[in-house]
Design a protein around this ligand. Structure first.
Ligand SMILES: Cc1ncc(COP(=O)(O)O)c(C=O)c1O
Length: 377
């Protein structure tokens, strides 16, 4: 059973047995029956839960990991790696153009004697930045700029310096890209986005190539107590079965939207790694199977961007991505990203392509003018 869609449908399910359900339901337990000297996998609710284990098996299978640890959010997963796996004297490379909260955790590392080296998601810049590093965290494609780096090449360079390599795989998901197979030590992600895909769950995970590394992360979670609720873990595993279907529709929608935008006067800076002609496409195509749901582009100014978002009828204005509902935002409404005021981060959902394009086209007509109006004026 090797194809991605089949793996996603069956990942982490218990063996079939007469009268058994296909998937186990959530186990709500703060504690377990435990006599005498502690033994067995389930001793106390903060240490382990069968519903987490089901999800960890499923995600681990898709990431091709030796060990996987689930967390209540992507930031909890990132913090476990950045804080739990570093010590004073270490040097950590973090994406300067990635999700801003990751750099926010970096600020706490700096206060604890860890040198933080911000670096763009760019092969040449990373080749310099990894020198002398102990941990390199990459985000490819990056959020929100959709830059891509050559994961195998950067991992090899970082390993030659003795550094651990972690990749934030939030945007791609394990069906879109498998960082461990490309040489990374850790693939981590916010499962809040495309992995669970319904905008109803916060979740994160750390998947490691080395079981001992996964156990270090698990020990950190047990100690610090950042554990997911069983309901969230169960919902996440339930969502995995449709991951490939969702990614396929989103891939088609993202490409169609990027093409529409690229042809539209008044729209600049269209980025989507799946679009032939995108500066990142060649590297992305060599290491990714699905290119994610996000399309980035720039409208002339803040006012135009806000009017465009207000004119969309089908697309929600919201700050996330990867879900089945199309959503978009003016990214500059948040601090932390080096982007123009009219920068739009648009995440396509699973709506019919024609409906989605029609909505974007009418919103662009309202804000930038129709072709006839442009010809007139
Ligand atoms: C690339 C990336 N990593 C991590 C996170 C954090 O995930 P969460 O919101 O689940 O903590 C996000 C959130 O947007 C993200 O975009």
């Amino acid at each position: 059973m090797t194809s991605d869609g089949t793996r996603a449908v069956h990942a982490g399910l218990p063996p079939a047995r007469p009268g058994g359900s296909f998937a186990a339901g959530p186990v709500f337990a703060a504690t377990y029956h435990l006599s005498g000297d502690p033994s067995g996998p389930y001793q106390y609710g903060r240490f382990a839960n069968p519903t987490w284990v089901g999800l960890e098996n499923a995600v681990g299978e898709l990431e091709e990991a030796a060990g996987t640890v689930v967390f209540p959010s992507g930031m909890a997963a990132i913090s476990a790696v950045l804080i739990g796996l570093t010590e004073p004297g270490d040097t950590v490379v973090l994406p300067s153009d990635g999700y801003p909260a990751t750099r926010g955790v970096g600020a706490h590392l700096a206060a604890r004697g860890v040198t933080v080296r911000p670096c763009r998601t760019d092969n040449e810049a990373l080749a310099e930045a990894v020198r002398g590093a102990t941990l390199v965290l990459l985000e490819s494609p990056s959020n929100p700029g959709l830059e891509v780096c050559d994961l195998a090449r950067v991992a090899e360079l970082a390993h030659s310096e003795g550094a651990l390599v972690a990749v934030d795989n939030t945007l791609a998901t394990p069906l879109g890209q498998r960082p461990l197979a490309l040489g990374a030590d850790i693939s981590l992600a916010s499962g809040t986005k495309a992995l669970t895909g319904h905008s109803d769950v916060l979740l994160g995970y750390v998947a490691a190539a080395d079981p001992a590394l996964a156990e270090r992360v698990r020990a950190w979670r047990t100690l610090t107590g950042g554990v997911p609720g069983p309901m969230e873990a169960w919902l996440a595993q339930r969502s995995l079965a449709t991951l490939q279907l969702r990614l396929e529709r989103q891939a088609a929608n993202a490409l169609a939207l990027a093409e529409l935008l690229a042809d539209r006067p008044g729209v600049t800076g269209v980025r989507h790694p799946g679009r032939p002609g995108d500066p990142a496409h060649a590297v992305a195509a060599a290491q990714m199977r699905y290119f994610g749901s996000v399309v980035a582009f720039v409208l002339p100014d803040q006012d135009t961007a806000e009017r465009f978002l207000g004119a969309l009828e089908l697309v929600f204005e919201s700050t996330s991505f990867g879900g089945v509902h199309s959503m978009a935002e003016r990214r500059g409404r948040w601090p932390g990203d080096d982007i123009p005021p009219g920068f739009i981060r648009f995440s396509v959902g699973c709506e019919d392509t024609a409906d989605l394009l029609a909505d974007v086209a009418q919103a662009l007509d309202k804000t930038l003018g129709t072709a006839a109006e442009r010809a007139d004026g």
